[in-house]
Design a protein around this ligand. Structure first.
Ligand SMILES: Cc1cc2nc3c(=O)[nH]c(=O)nc-3n(C[C@H](O)[C@H](O)[C@H](O)COP(=O)(O)OP(=O)(O)OC[C@H]3O[C@@H](n4cnc5c(N)ncnc54)[C@H](O)[C@@H]3O)c2cc1C
Length: 313
């Protein structure tokens, strides 16, 4: 265990955690970032909706630049998985998987979410994501697929809503059941009115090619080809550390931290930011919440240091 606690431990080195680290180091705080190298931002083939990058930027490149930016101001960034987080007297104590311990006066959880992935029968999953034939975020990249043949895999309301969202970009949208279509007559009617095709049979095989994706439906002689497939399977927040502190959000947020976690905090000196917080899973949102959480934590530390005029904004 370190002798003296760092001012802030940031768990996660995606857009939320790295923004928080940048702000905190520029507030002259001693900051340690711990991450296990699994940021979803690293998957992004090329994002085109992050302001300031009109030609887009590859997710890995963005993270490299953000890492460099935080390092320049003195952030300490270490690789490792935080296995446990607990409150001790006057600080938090994080234990890494390898047994190392970190004491910190404040903590920002920027742990993101795990995407529920589609299982391909042929073709490599990450290659398909890189090639842009398998996508997970219509808000991010629906625009890139204007007038293309789009398939949405997922037969519940979530899948239907995603298909309707994508319909504004293309007239060729097909909703494909994972198991069976579970929609009301009214929902089916709305899809039909919008010319979204709903397939009723089971998917037997998914095969990713470099330029398109083949979907073999049971009982059909040939596979259907789509330019792009969006699995609508949702995601799971990486909330284990918060859960161990008794902080699991209510069901309405599907296990995410409540929306005010980046501004009001979860416990004294404990904040959350980014995808792990309920709301819109986007890089710009993660950056904004990281900035807010860092500023709130800094001001909370100032108050603890006896500053009477520690502005909370
Ligand atoms: C294929 C794809 C394309 C996307 N395209 C776009 C796009 O174009 N535009 C856009 O705005 N958004 C896009 N997104 C969403 C975007 O990637 C996320 O909104 C963003 O990465 C969220 O940032 P974050 O910092 O909250 O989480 P992440 O980037 O997921 O980072 C989470 C961090 O937490 C760490 N971590 C988690 N648990 C632990 C632990 N216990 N110990 C140590 N470290 C831990 C991970 O290692 C990682 O560093 C896309 C997502 C996907 C999957």
């Amino acid at each position: 265990m370190d002798e003296s606690p760092v001012d802030a431990l940031v768990i996660g080195a995606g857009p939320a955690g790295l923004t928080a680290a940048l702000y905190l180091t520029r507030f002259k705080r001693r900051v340690r970032v711990v991450h296990d190298g699994t940021a979803r931002a690293l998957w992004v083939p090329r994002t085109r909706n992050v302001p300031g990058f009109p030609d887009g930027i590859v997710g890995k490149k963005l993270i490299e630049r953000m890492t460099d930016h935080a390092l320049r101001y003195g952030a300490e960034i270490v690789f490792g998985r935080v296995a446990a987080l607990e409150r001790a007297t006057g600080h938090y104590r994080a234990t890494l998987e390898d047994g190392a311990a970190i004491a910190a006066r404040g903590v920002i959880l920027a742990t993101g979410v795990d995407t529920n992935l589609a299982r391909l029968d042929e073709g490599d999953h990450m290659t398909a994501v890189r090639d842009g034939v398998l996508r997970y975020c219509p808000i991010c990249d629906g625009f890139e697929h204007r007038d293309e043949r789009i398939a949405v895999l997922g037969s519940d309301l979530h899948g239907a809503a995603e298909a309707m969202f994508l319909r504004q970009f293309s007239r060729h949208v097909t909703l494909i059941p994972k198991w069976r279509v579970a929609l009301s007559d009214a929902q089916r009617e709305e899809l039909a009115q919008s010319d979204v095709i709903v397939l009723e049979r089971h998917v037997e095989r998914l095969v990713a090619h470099s330029r398109d994706i083949a979907v073999q439906m049971r009982g059909e002689p040939v596979a259907r080809r789509f330019d792009i497939l969006y699995p609508a399977f949702g995601s799971r927040p990486r909330n284990e550390l918060a859960a161990a502190l008794g902080l699991l959000a209510d069901d309405a947020d599907a296990g995410c931290m409540p929306f005010h976690a980046f501004s009001d905090g979860l416990l004294p000196g404990l904040y959350a930011a980014g995808d792990v917080v309920a709301g819109l899973d986007q890089i710009s949102v993660a950056m904004g919440q990281g900035a807010m959480a860092a500023t709130r934590l800094h001001n909370w530390l100032r108050e603890a240091e006896g500053h009477l005029m520690a502005d909370q904004d």
